[in-house]
Design a protein around this ligand. Structure first.
Ligand code: ATP
Ligand code: MG
Length: 248
């Protein structure tokens, strides 16, 4: 079943400040979107709204059959379904410190999905292999490098067999070499047809891996389109300046 994400006229305020200002965007199933923009532009707020971590004040978000909107009844069950279907990965990993790598990956499928332990262990073992972390299965998070932790966080999200991933600057805290490891894993996932929304400052990666680039600036979409258009031929001066700055 295809699960497009449709964002309709979403507005989000914090107090008197409008943080997302009438955002509309449709993301077809299987698309990889790179969300770019200056600090404070609303990128994290937008993907947190997609996962029900932030509520919003106007508009609606439709994710497959589920609808998030202000003032809707049964919102909690829609949020739960959306979170089960879309894994969210953060810059600071948020692994469970007291659990081994393998147990981190097994935790949600065991507790949330209630799947049999053997099946969950087999799946976790396959995922560790996929992200190149087999030899660290029994390590604890504090024994891993940042890139290794992030690959475990990706495997943990994949263990729920999501339809998509929401990633908020997941390589920003990593050295260039470790960044590469994590970006390679993401490119590999793209081939599986997962929908991915990635907040990133990696313009080279966005050019290579994204189907679409969306530039969010002061709570509005400033430019959007295929990377070859938006990144090579920015229409606005603001976009041009932003690209110059992030590419050094
Ligand atoms: N919980 C909150 N309460 C009040 N204001 C908030 C809250 N969360 C975010 N904001 C404000 O919303 C604006 C957008 O923040 P957001 O984190 O979405 O930006 P961003 O584009 O992700 O920036 P960065 O690139 O620095 O991560 C900022 O001005 C921020 O101060
Ligand atoms: Mg952010």
């Amino acid at each position: 079943m295809s699960w497009p994400i449709v964002i309709r006229n979403v507005t989000k305020r914090f107090g008197a400040r409008t943080i997302l200002d009438d955002i509309s965007l449709t993301i077809p199933h299987g698309e990889t979107v790179a969300l770019l923009g200056p600090s404070g532009g609303g990128k994290s707020t937008l993907i947190r709204c997609l996962n029900g971590l932030n509520t919003f004040d106007a508009g609606a978000i439709e994710i497959g059959p589920h609808r998030l909107a202000p003032g809707v009844r049964n919102q909690r069950s829609a949020v739960e379904q959306v979170r089960r279907s879309f894994g969210m990965i953060f810059q600071d990993f948020q692994l469970f410190p007291h659990l081994s790598v393998l147990d981190n990956i097994m935790e949600a499928p065991l507790r949330v999905l209630g799947l049999p332990a053997r099946e969950v262990r087999d799946r976790a073992t396959r995922l560790l292999e996929r992200v190149g972390m087999t030899s660290h299965a029994s390590a604890f998070p504090q024994q891993l490098s940042g890139g290794q932790k992030q690959r475990v966080a990706i495997a943990r999200a994949l263990a729920m067999e999501p339809r998509g991933l929401l990633c908020d600057e997941i390589t920003s805290a990593l050295d260039p070499e470790l960044k590469g490891e994590v970006l390679n894993v993401l490119e590999d996932l793209k081939r599986d047809g997962l929908t991915m929304i990635l907040v990133t400052h990696e313009i080279g990666f966005a050019r290579r891996a994204a189907d679409r680039v969306v530039m969010l600036c002061d709570g509005r979409i400033l430019e959007e389109g295929p990377p070859a258009e938006v990144l090579e031929r920015p229409r606005t001066e603001r976009m041009g300046l932003f690209l110059k700055r992030v590419m050094g």
